[in-house]
Design a protein around this ligand. Structure first.
Ligand code: NAD
Length: 437
């Protein structure tokens, strides 16, 4: 599709309201709720309530026609008490300092909950990548990496894919970062990013790991509640890396996808949407579900109220709110995205008995396998797909049961339970080490 036509399409189908606003308030309220529950040491509360480092970079890159454009990139490092900063890079026009702050904090809780030796960071570029060619995106990515310089590094801060970035983006970052090192040690730096293509140091299975983790959490939750997943109807918001893989594993387990929403359109059919057929349509349709012939196009505001059992939000933050929570019919929300449910929306859902598997648990399959990729590169190993999936299932399964047990023992929701486990691990590290000097 021509860029001009894409511009027109975006104008006709504007994305829902910008959603960065309120994400920091959201994550802080979630943090404070958990901290209150455990009477978190007030000094540690002070430390965790702020981010360690925040970087805003304005950098130039050349368009294909030779014009120079200035872009704004962000990297926020929230906390590294447990190990190097870890978190994705997002290319989206909602990326700003607040979004990066909130997403960095979520990464700290996520890596801690998963028991990984990492802290939390996040960043990205404020950009609509659909308006740029591949070669322009390559130059933008490489120049941003160069500008980040030593603010990232395999033992310091390790980016990964997020919305609108993928294995190719990570390969460009790795190559640019490694190119700035001396030739004799270049190859020892490939774990500066995870989520690379398998041919360039990536891990077998990293592509499907987040979606598989979402599915696994749903499956384990259903088993706990003695509910058969076969025939259960689910809807997915965002049919990218996370949404597609989660849907595929759900379908394989016998569940039926009845609705999908992406940045351009929302579709629904009660008889079920075949995941691979929709994926094929998207590939041929500039990444959009729009005009999929086997389902009806519906109004975007009706999406979350569709008749279904499970909702998988796998797009952006603040999508399930006080505005649409009252109309939700599903019994379970499995948060593939980061921060998809705001605090007010969550209160309504919990009061109505709708369960939520929180993002820091539900989508942690990605960072768990990113850790495996990092280890693989660091140790000069090549892991097999079966090994990766088995280790992921063991680690995420243990996390899931820890959260569920904590929620039951304390009679609290799963998000607060997950936060408590995550925060207590970081608290312990601070208490043992003390504060320099
Ligand atoms: P992606 O770029 O592959 O896909 C994003 C999808 O969301 C696309 O289908 C896009 O059309 C859709 N989308 C964008 N804006 C939308 C809007 N306003 N309304 C509806 N749909 C919209 O991204 P991804 O990697 O699948 O990430 C999705 C979410 O999962 C993000 O919140 C990300 O932070 C989170 N996440 C991703 C990973 C990972 O490994 N990729 C890991 C953990 C969490």
């Amino acid at each position: 599709m021509e860029l001009k036509e894409m511009n027109r399409k975006l104008k006709n189908h504007p994305e829902p309201k910008k959603n960065a606003t309120g994400m920091v308030e959201n994550v802080m309220e979630q943090f404070n709720t958990a901290a209150d529950h455990i009477n978190l040491n007030p000094n540690i509360r002070k430390i965790l309530a702020v981010t360690n480092n925040e970087l805003i970079i304005h950098f130039p890159a050349k368009r294909d026609n030779g014009d120079v454009e200035i872009f704004t990139g962000y990297r926020v490092q929230h906390n590294n008490a447990l190990g190097p900063y870890k978190g994705g890079l997002r290319y989206h026009d909602t990326v700003d300092i607040d979004a990066a702050r909130a997403l960095a904090m979520w990464m700290t809780w996520k890596t801690s909950l998963a028991g990984l030796p990492y802290g939390g960071a996040k960043g990205g570029i404020k950009i609509n990548p659909k308006l740029y060619t591949q070669s322009e995106l390559e130059r933008i990515t490489r120049r941003f990496t160069y500008a980040l310089g030593e603010n990232i590094g395999p033992e310091h801060d390790i980016p990964a894919p997020d919305v609108n970035t993928n294995a190719q983006t990570m390969a460009w970052i790795a190559d640019t970062y490694m190119s700035t090192k001396s030739p004799s040690e270049r190859s020892t730096y490939q774990h500066v990013v995870t989520g690379k293509p398998v041919g360039s140091g990536g891990l077998e299975g990293r592509d499907r790991a987040t979606g598989y983790g979402v599915f696994l959490c749903i499956k384990l939750w259903m088993e706990e509640k003695n509910i058969d997943i076969t025939g259960k109807r689910f809807i997915v918001q965002g049919f990218g890396n996370v949404g597609y893989w989660a849907a595929l594993f759900m379908e394989k387990a016998g569940a039926v996808m009845v609705g999908v929403q992406d940045a351009f359109a929302s579709i629904y059919t009660s008889t079920g949407i075949d995941v691979e057929t929709l994926y094929g349509h998207i590939k041929a349709n500039e990444g959009s579900v729009q005009n999929y012939p086997e389902a009806n196009q519906i109004d975007k505001d009706d999406f979350f109220g569709l008749d279904c059992d499970i909702i998988i939000p796998a797009a952006l933050g603040n999508q399930i709110t006080q505005d649409n929570a009252p109309s939700i019919k599903a019994i379970l929300i499995a948060e593939g995205a980061n921060g998809p449910t705001n605090v007010e929306g969550e209160k309504i859902l919990l009061n109505r008995g709708v369960a939520i598997i929180p993002d820091i648990l539900c989508n942690s399959g990605g960072v768990i396998t990113s850790y495996f990729e990092w280890l693989q590169n660091r140790n000069g190993e090549l892991w097999k797909l079966e090994e990766v999936m088995e280790k992921l299932e063991t680690k995420l399964g243990a996390s899931f049961h820890n959260v569920l047990r904590a929620a039951e023992e304390r009679n609290i929701d799963m998000r607060t339970a997950a936060y408590i486990i995550a925060i207590e691990r970081i608290e312990k590290a601070y208490v043992q080490r003390g504060i320099f000097p």
